[in-house]
Ligand binder design. Structure first.
Ligand code: GDP
Ligand code: ZN
Length: 323
């Protein structure tokens, strides 16, 4: 007998996928048969973690639970991929212009950062925020290691809240070490699929373990040197939190956070500038030299953070660099 169903891709290893009917967490293997090509996509992976797929499976034995009969020897077959509400991609670092879909259908991205240890690089954070805006993924900024700098960097911490909450991003303070804020983070993840991202050293793995000690966050960077020369493939994976909700961990941010935007598009992805720009005299306006620019005015009177504006100017300057 053939059964049909819909499930979410929770893991992709070179040869097969693992699916689960979220929010249920019962994994079963599946393969792609034939060609599933998404229109207009140059991605090396047509099916990504987070994709909702339709599948068919052969279940020969009546009276035995179907999922018991879907095995590596008798995997389900993915027949189609549902339209994505969003997805984030990682550009190949070589010149092939290929891209890899890291994850699809994300409810939220948690960007983990620290004010110090390591010291935060605001232009980099802003670039990451722009990327999430481009991909249409809502962001929460999670400041980890507050145990280390809450007192020594009190003013910077306050300024950080002002800047980023002012721009419309929720900011949470947590410590994987002391456990502060971890319950709130679990709560924020409940019932959703969330991306966890952050430069290495900010305590991303520690946080995930603090949220659910049974998890071993790890992303295999599998280099199939013998197959394709120096080609490197990274596989992403979804984890189920025992407190509810699912997270997709991302490894180093190399190649993520770089999006191709035209000069006049960049400001569309700074939400506070987009809002202010309704009152610019010219449209489009680059918010640099134009007379009657409402964004520049908002920066001058402190409604828009100079820090964010300066990241924006930096991005204008670098436009085209990453193509
Ligand atoms: P990742 O590279 O982002 O996954 O970072 P890790 O989880 O490996 O953490 C990097 C270092 O920061 C480790 O030495 C952790 O013990 C330390 N660390 C992580 N979270 C905290 C925290 O909340 N407070 C303090 N003081 N140290 C932390
Ligand atoms: Zn303007």
């Amino acid at each position: 007998m053939t059964i049909k169903g819909q499930a979410t891709v929770v893991k992709h290893t070179g040869s097969h996928y693992l699916l689960s009917r979220l929010p249920e967490w019962k994994l079963f293997p599946a393969v792609l048969r034939g060609k599933i090509r998404l229109k207009g996509s140059s991605a090396t992976n047509p099916v990504a973690v987070g994709d909702i797929v339709s599948y068919e499976a052969e279940v020969p034995e009546a009276g035995v639970a179907p999922e018991m009969q879907i095995t590596m020897e008798n995997p389900a077959v993915i027949t189609s991929v549902s339209p994505r509400k969003n997805y984030i991609i990682r550009k190949s670092t070589n010149l092939s212009r290929q891209s890899h879909i890291i994850a699809a259908n994300l409810d939220r991205a948690f960007i983990i950062a620290t004010i110090d240890f390591p010291e935060i690089k605001l232009p980099f954070l802003d670039r990451l925020l722009v990327t999430c805006e481009v991909y249409n993924v809502p962001v929460t900024i999670v400041l980890n290691k507050v145990d280390l700098y809450r007192e020594s960097h009190a003013e910077m911490l306050e300024a950080f809240h002002d800047i980023y909450e002012g721009a419309g991003y929720p900011v949470m303070e947590v410590s994987a070490l002391t456990g502060e804020g971890i319950e709130e983070l679990r709560e924020a993840c409940k019932g959703h699929v969330s991306l966890f991202s952050g430069v290495s050293g900010v305590g991303k793995s520690s946080l995930i373990k603090a949220m659910d000690p049974s998890l071993e966050p790890r992303v295999g960077e599998i280099s199939d040197v013998h197959l394709q020369g120096k080609h490197t493939t990274t596989f992403y994976e979804m984890y189920a939190l025992d407190s509810g909700g699912f997270i997709v961990d991302t490894p180093g941010l190399r190649g993520f956070g770089l999006v191709d935007l035209k000069k006049e598009e960049i400001a569309l992805y700074f939400p506070e500038m987009l809002k202010a720009s309704e009152n610019c005299r010219f449209a489009p306006c680059t918010h640099t030299h134009e007379p009657g620019c409402a964004v520049k005015e908002a920066v001058e009177n402190g409604e828009i953070s100079y820090q964010r504006y300066s990241s924006y100017l930096g991005m204008l300057d670098e436009e085209g660099k990453y193509r």
